[in-house]
Design a binder for this molecule. Structure first.
Ligand code: PRX
Length: 634
């Protein structure tokens, strides 16, 4: 097991050592894992090309470290207790041995359908154990999984399938979500019939037992796929730098980026950060409420906890079903010790009042985590006082799909926490705040661009099929350093505060969306000629989506068009990207060169018409008055 930091003094010493000799530091952590053969160089990198290799020529299989190495000693330890969406349905537990057997069977089944090392497998599933089994089965045989969040539409799914050139899709007949059902298989069928893909087979796990159409030869039910497969599968020997998975995330252009993570470094960092941020101890019960379709699910539901031999909850449902006490009910019944969720969920549950929390015994809780967006002071206080009863440490964890693991956070029971601050970098992480010109800002309370000066093991290695975009996005704004896209500042006592994105990415309910992606989707509607999308402060979601759209001609009633556009976005991207506000406008504010001035739209949307700043470069200043009259109030 990796180092467990025990006190603030210990943290400071280890941090200093990690900065002085990063390679020595990481080699020591990496040695705690099972490697098929050890690396010959710890780190080889060049941020200009860019090229990053950790544990060069080391050979391993991450599933050996997630599963085999806990056996037979911990065969009967529960890896997951799965809690279904419907509280009347019985929960199921999986020991490390059972998980191992199922992963091996699934790995053998994948092989029997000609999936081999390097092939891409798309997983489009709800939060059920089979989703985790499918991910690990891919990793067992060296196939690269690409999990697509089950809330994405058919079109978003097929675009990811095409970009990843997936050979096989694993899905379910349907998904239960709160009181509703989502017809996942039907969405896969629509996806695969809309465009030509490389998909040869679709595996369908029966979750809702709803009617599905099975395409002969292509589609196979999970049970027959797994049937008669042996529960032993030798692990594929992977190079430390072989890809483990691709996960799509939004950027500042319309096309999502396939973030590539590799085996060795990701393994070392996810276990190390999991154990230290959450202070996981034997017999704890850890619960992360994220979806496996996001990086939080990958790193802190699947890989980090399994690598640490932890016991976790896997939850299929939503926070408010059957009522807003669901999370707290589960925490009480399963004696959860570490609970990790998003500020949006916290704010939403807070809005239902304290009674839902207070009717449950939450004294088992020790650590409360937050992720995905800045947590405002009010939500932080409520989480601390009402949920934690003033006895739990809050860890506000800052990281990204690209970083693979938590880079900045207080460490539970080790370093102090403060509302509004992600706090301290983990040992081995070197954040710096830069000004416009790339000079380091050391003056407290001065906002600047958050960068990471030195590689860390779980950083992304490239963007699938677009290494140039990788270089441009992260390594060109400031030379020789990784640019996060966020702004931050330091407090006088050295704590880091994350302020927010500085690019055209917005964070809606902790879901990352590109404004360009939503604009592209709006513009693909036949009645729309142009659009501009901005984020605005939203009391529950953190940021809401405000769309200004210009029509080709006035053919619709405004109300019809707005509902049509809302449905259109749900079809093109998914429900998560539906705008909160759509304003039909006669024109958009533009510069002489035709660039839309989103800054002005942001100010108008926030009711700051009197502080628009310099508008002299606008080619159509007269538009401001009419835009301002039409602003949809909060
Ligand atoms: O802006 C930061 C915000 O979420 C972005 C990363 O989004 P994504 O790749 O979807 O990963 C989310 C889960 C790790 C960051 O660039 N963000 C994430 N965590 C925090 C945060 N902003 C403030 N505080 C955080 N704790």
């Amino acid at each position: 097991m990796t180092t467990q930091i025990t006190s603030f003094t210990d943290y400071k010493n280890i941090f200093d050592q990690s900065i002085q000799s990063p390679e020595k530091f990481w080699a020591k952590e990496a040695q705690t894992f099972e490697w098929h053969s050890i690396w010959d160089t710890v780190l080889d990198y060049d941020f200009d090309t860019p090229s990053i290799s950790w544990f060069v020529n080391g050979k391993l299989n991450i599933t050996v470290n997630c599963l085999d190495r806990h056996l037979p000693e911990h065969s009967n330890r529960v890896a997951y207790t799965w809690i279904p969406n419907n509280p009347d349905e019985i929960s199921r537990s999986y020991t490390y041995q059972e998980l191992y057997d199922l992963v091996c069977k699934c790995a053998n089944a994948l092989k029997s359908y000609n999936i081999t090392k390097g092939d891409r497998v798309c997983i489009y599933m709800p939060m059920i154990p089979e989703a985790v089994i499918a991910m690990l089965a891919c990793a067992r045989i060296g196939a690269v999984h690409t999990v697509v969040f089950a809330g994405f539409s058919s079109e978003a799914l097929v675009n990811r399938i095409i970009d990843a050139e997936a050979k096989l899709v694993i899905t379910t007949d349907g998904a239960f979500r709160g009181p509703g059902e989502i017809p996942l298989k039907e969405m896969v069928d629509t996806a695969l019939s809309s465009k030509t893909t490389t998909v040869e087979h679709v595996i369908v796990y029966k979750r809702t037992n709803s009617e599905v159409t099975m395409t002969p030869k292509r589609d196979i039910f999970w049970d027959s796929f797994m049937d008669n497969q042996p529960a032993e599968c030798p692990p594929e020997i992977m190079d430390s730098e072989d890809p483990l998975f691709i996960l799509y995330t939004s950027g500042s252009t319309g096309k999502p980026k396939g973030i590539v993570h590799t085996c060795g470094g990701y393994m070392v960092y996810t276990e190390y950060s999991f154990r230290n941020v959450f202070h996981y101890e034997p017999h704890d019960t850890y619960w992360c409420t994220a979806d496996i379709g996001w990086i939080t699910g990958h790193s802190y539901i699947v890989y980090g906890p399994l690598l640490a031999g932890a016991q976790s909850i896997l939850f299929e449902g939503v926070p408010t079903y059957p009522d807003p006490g669901r999370f707290w009910n589960i925490c009480q019944d399963y004696k959860v010790t570490q609970f990790y969720t998003s500020p949006t969920a916290i704010r939403k549950l807070e809005s239902f009042g304290d009674e839902y929390v207070k009717s449950y015994d939450l004294t088992s809780l020790k650590t409360l985590g937050s992720v995905g967006e800045p947590i405002n002071k009010d939500a932080w206080e409520w989480y601390f006082t009402i949920v934690g009863g003033g006895n739990c440490q809050i860890v506000d964890t800052w990281w990204q799909t690209e970083t693979g693991g938590i880079l900045i956070s207080s460490l539970s029971q080790v370093t102090p926490s403060k509302a509004g601050y992600a706090a301290y970098p983990l040992p081995g992480i070197m954040p710096i705040i830069l000004d416009e010109n790339g000079a380091e800002i050391t003056t407290p309370n001065t906002e600047g661009f958050l960068c990471i000066a030195h590689p860390w093991p779980s950083m992304l290695r490239t963007i699938h099929n677009d290494h140039q975009r990788f270089q441009r996005t992260y390594f060109s704004r400031f030379k020789g350093t990784y640019f996060t896209g966020d702004s931050a500042k330091l407090s006088p006592d050295g704590l880091l505060k994350i302020i927010g994105r500085v690019d055209d990415v917005i964070n809606v309910s902790g879901h990352r969306l590109g404004t360009a992606e939503i604009e592209e989707a709006l513009n693909s509607h036949p009645d729309i000629s142009e659009s501009a999308v901005i984020g605005y402060p939203h009391s529950i979601k953190g940021e809401g989506i405000y769309a200004f759209v210009k029509c080709i001609e006035d053919t619709h009633s405004e109300e019809n068009l707005i509902s049509e556009l809302t449905n259109h976005i749900a079809l093109v991207i998914g429900k998560i990207a539906r705008p909160d506000k759509i304003q039909i406008v006669p024109d958009l504010p533009k510069t002489r060169s035709g660039k839309i001035m989103r800054r002005i739209l942001r100010k108008l949307a926030m009711g700051e018409k009197d502080s628009l700043g310099d508008t002299s470069t606008l080619v159509n200043p007269e538009i401001i008055e009419s835009l301002s009259r039409g602003i949809i109030p909060a």
